[in-house]
Design a protein around this ligand. Structure first.
Ligand code: ZN
Length: 246
């Protein structure tokens, strides 16, 4: 598969990077990435991955656009309110890059559907703020050996992790928190979604192209109020019900 003159121009800034270049751009074009949740994290991630030329983006979200989304979910505009998020996302991403394929999945991901929904993808990017969904995605990714990029936000801080086996996301969050802090309840500064969503896209690009050292088995914690970040190792849980089976 070769690049058209338009592709060479569109991806010029990737093609000159030694860590991406022609072979890396080819890998991006051949890749399929699932984005679970077209929300604060999923919006910038989807925009950057479409712009980067990831061949197929499968976007999973059951919701319609609401006014309170627009403070941080940069895929959407005021005129989109009331429309299914995945349909708006498809239009917006194809307008940005007609060369990518969008698979719009207007449904909630559950433990019953997760394996089927992520099947055939090279990387899964999870930005939902629902722990049941996060655990379902993690279980399906570990079983199918698909790398998982997981981003989360709250108030002024965010976290990002990459899980490719052991430790997994459940090692980090073993149980469903009884009263999980959602952004709806505790608030979130909108620009933070851009920080974490963009870093999630960056880790996805690294996983696909083999560039650098992915955040595998580590957790990056970003504190927006102090503008500081730190990275900690995730400790494998010897009793983890997901990744300690093999
Ligand atoms: Zn685990």
């Amino acid at each position: 598969m070769g690049f058209s003159p338009e592709d060479v121009e569109r991806y010029a800034r990737h093609l000159v990077l030694s860590e991406i270049g022609g072979p890396g751009q080819q890998k991006l074009a051949s890749a399929t990435v699932a984005i679970v949740g077209a929300g604060g994290v999923g919006s910038p991630a989807a925009l950057y991955l479409a712009a980067a030329g990831v061949g197929t983006l499968r976007i999973i979200d059951p919701d319609t656009v609401s006014l309170s989304n627009l403070q941080r979910q940069v895929l959407f505009e005021t005129a989109d309110i009331g429309q299914p998020k995945v349909e708006v996302a498809e239009r917006r991403l194809l307008a940005l890059n007609p060369g990518v394929r969008i698979e719009a999945v207007p449904a909630a991901l559950t433990s019953e559907t997760a394996a089927r929904v992520i099947a055939g993808t090279d990387v899964v990017l999870d930005g939902t703020d629902d722990f049941a969904v996060r655990h379902a995605v993690n279980t399906a990714c570990i079983a199918a050996r698909i790398p998982l990029v997981s981003g989360a936000l709250g108030r002024w801080s965010g976290q990002l992790g990459v899980f490719t086996g052991r430790p997994c996301y459940r090692c980090l969050v073993p149980d469903l928190p009884a009263d999980a802090e959602t952004c709806a309840r505790v608030g979130v500064v909108g620009a933070l979604a851009g920080v974490i969503g963009s870093m999630a896209a960056l880790e996805t690009i690294k996983l696909i192209t083999g560039a650098g050292e992915p955040l595998t088995g580590r957790l990056l914690l970003y504190d927006g109020l102090s503008a500081t970040s730190r990275t900690v190792e995730v400790t494998p849980d010897p009793g983890c019900s997901v990744c300690s089976r093999d």
